[in-house]
Write a protein that binds this ligand. Structure first.
Ligand code: FES
Length: 162
């Protein structure tokens, strides 16, 4: 081997190592950032205005569709969701989460039977959310609610034990 070959070989090795180092750094820095930084805290609105109470009939459940912001780890998601709201007096409502407490299917209000019915496995719930039939293990889950200036605000989910 000549001196020139050694120098050229050394140069190629140094360049190869340097490129390898750059590629490793390009992969490692974002990965380290991902592992070291904390996920976002939920910053979505705690209370969301969903409807005007004057638009609801007393004792008649109504499904209200609204948008909410949800934080999932590092992502912020704007999603459409719904709640079943029952006006229980001049200024009180009950708001149910839209998922059946068995396996999470969407249920509906059957106005003839006067109960909430889940089409998946036959659970049904009374207007006050109690299980009247089926495999559902607990009453319908609710959202905390409050009324401000005739507007219905829904807050965090409240789960009842089975
Ligand atoms: S998900 Fe509703 S009864 Fe099974």
């Amino acid at each position: 081997m000549t001196n020139e070959n050694l120098t050229r070989r050394s140069f190629y090795i140094a360049v190869t190592n340097m490129l390898g180092g750059l590629i490793a750094a390009a992969a490692a820095i974002p990965a380290a950032f991902y592992l070291i930084t904390k996920p976002r805290k939920p910053v979505g609105k705690e209370w969301i205005e969903v409807a005007d109470i004057s638009g609801l009939q007393m004792g008649v459940p109504e499904e209200i569709v609204y948008n909410r912001e949800r934080v999932d780890g590092w992502r912020k998601i704007d999603e459409k969701t719904s709640t079943w709201v029952v006006r229980t007096s001049q200024d009180t409502v009950v708001a149910y989460t839209p998922a059946c407490t068995h396996l999470g299917c969407a249920y509906h209000w059957d106005n003839t039977m006067k109960q909430f019915e889940c089409p998946c496995h036959g659970s049904s719930f009374s207007i006050d959310g109690k299980v009247t039939a089926g495999p559902a293990p607990r009453p319908l889950d609710q959202y905390a609610t409050r009324i401000e200036d005739q507007k219905i605000l829904i807050g965090p989910e409240i789960k009842e034990d089975a």
